[in-house]
Design a protein around this ligand. Structure first.
Ligand code: HEC
Length: 95
């Protein structure tokens, strides 16, 4: 017998994961990159402070490019996407 209501939780889970997937990149890898390369100058307090400089996703991507230049590591688009996704999901939560 078909129970249509049994499908509702599955649909709910699917739509949540679709939302989280709107940004390209891999947040878990972003965290790894971040912890390995981004904490020599600042810790995560610069993302959490009330008057943080980054105001939107484009600004976040730009800031990460600037910081990557300072690290002397060749910025790569894939890495940048992972970092944007990680920082946005963890701290900024821009739409
Ligand atoms: C060479 C030093 C240095 C390194 C390494 C560095 N940053 Fe930064 N970062 C800075 C400075 C300086 C600021 C500006 C801090 C301020 O305004 O007080 C900053 C600010 C930021 C901000 C903006 C915070 C805000 O106000 O919203 C982000 C996001 C950020 N860095 C991400 C990263 C990421 C991701 C990495 C690793 C790829 C990284 N940083 C590595 C120096 C660095």
């Amino acid at each position: 017998m078909l129970k249509p209501f049994a499908l509702l939780p599955i649909i709910a889970v699917l739509s949540v994961s679709t939302q989280a997937a709107t940004l390209p990149g891999d947040a878990a890898n972003g965290k790894k990159l971040h912890d390995a390369r981004c904490t020599s100058c600042h810790d995560d307090s610069v993302y959490k402070r009330q008057d943080h400089k980054v105001k939107n996703l484009e600004g976040l991507a730009q800031q990460i490019r600037n910081c990557e230049h300072m690290t002397d590591v060749t910025p790569g688009k894939t890495h940048a996407n992972d970092l944007v996704k990680y920082l946005n999901e963890t701290y900024y939560k821009f739409k």
